[in-house]
Design a protein around this ligand. Structure first.
Ligand code: AMP
Ligand code: MN
Ligand code: MN
Ligand code: MN
Length: 298
């Protein structure tokens, strides 16, 4: 059997619903050999996941999914893999994004209150359990209160651009995100490229800028890509000379994308990032690192 990689997943450290240790145990059960924990804009779950991975015999890749503002109004996600989670430049950058998230959550609360929805910030905070707040936490509150029946509906009604609970992002620039990732010794990946609704020209432009900044990986196989999109992204990846990544973007059992352990195969025309020399060198460096403190309580 070949080695199974899932290089994109979320825990309760951001908007996933399983604790890092639970996520690692599930991945092991589903025969994943190499799992990247890539929570939004933070690495707070990594130590707990790392300890659990060592216990159950799974390779944990320390990652993060960084929110980036690109062009006039797009939010793009850049996954960093094999990160040195003690790197001060990375930590300072992520800290800034978490401060923006804090401000944004207050703003979302105020905007929903203006529409007659009281207590949304407190509700979202309860779902976030002390971790950073994302739109998914507001979504869970709104569903609980009966404003929508499921995740898809609640985003469409309240949380996407043009709706009351959407606050435009002031995230990292593409250059900053790549700088943080590269400083921390990691590989930068454009996450779920088919999800941004960019024209072919704009997507090529994004890839061009990304490559000029030293980015080298495209997430070809994603839990949020259709079979068709995987084929299209594979072609683009190979045309541009990028490496390919694969990740479920798993958020927990009620995830709208895909269950853990169900990722389609990497298309044959792509070179998987895990076969690259940069990846192999990073894995060696990572193997030599011992997490320097106890797991953080989440
Ligand atoms: P945030 O980073 O807080 O703005 O939230 C982004 C997250 O919201 C994504 O990572 C997904 O987990 C979730 N999300 C975004 N759009 C949708 C959607 N249409 N349906 C369900 N979940 C979504
Ligand atoms: Mn998410
Ligand atoms: Mn994403
Ligand atoms: Mn994600």
């Amino acid at each position: 059997m070949s080695v199974q990689h899932d290089l994109h997943s979320h825990s309760t450290a951001s908007d996933g619903s399983l604790r890092p240790s639970e996520l690692v145990r599930l991945a092991k059960l589903r025969n994943i050999d190499v799992l990247a924990l890539t929570d939004h804009d933070n690495i707070d779950g990594i130590r707990e996941a790392w300890f659990e991975a060592a216990k159950v015999g799974l390779q944990l890749v320390a990652g993060a999914e960084i929110s980036v503002s690109w062009g006039r109004s797009k939010t793009i996600h850049i996954v960093g893999l094999n990160l040195d989670i003690d790197n001060p430049i990375l930590l300072k950058g992520l800290q800034r994004l978490c401060e923006f998230r804090q401000w944004r959550s207050e703003e979302i609360g105020l905007r929903l209150a203006k529409k007659g929805i009281e207590g949304a910030l407190a509700g979202a905070r309860t779902f976030a359990r002390g971790n950073i707040i994302g739109r998914v936490h507001f979504a869970r509150f709104l569903i609980e209160q009966g404003y929508a029946k499921d995740m898809k509906q609640v985003f469409k009604r309240y949380l996407v651009q043009g709706k009351p609970g959407y606050v435009p992002g002031d995230w990292a620039t593409l250059e900053e995100a790549l700088d943080w990732i590269h400083n921390a010794g990691g590989q930068a990946v454009i996450a779920h490229p088919a999800r941004y609704r960019l024209s072919a020209t704009r997507l090529r432009q994004l890839l061009g800028e990304f490559q000029d900044l030293g980015g080298s990986v495209l997430e070809v196989v994603s839990g949020s890509h259709s079979r068709d999109e995987i084929q299209r992204m594979a072609q683009l990846c190979s045309d541009c000379g990028l490496l390919a990544s694969a990740g479920s973007d798993y958020h927990g059992p009620e995830n709208p994308y895909m269950d853990m352990g169900k990722l389609p195969r990497m298309p044959a025309n792509c070179m998987p990032v895990w076969e690259s020399s940069a990846w192999i060198a990073s894995r060696k460096t990572q193997a030599a690192i011992t997490p320097n403190s106890l797991p953080l309580a989440l």
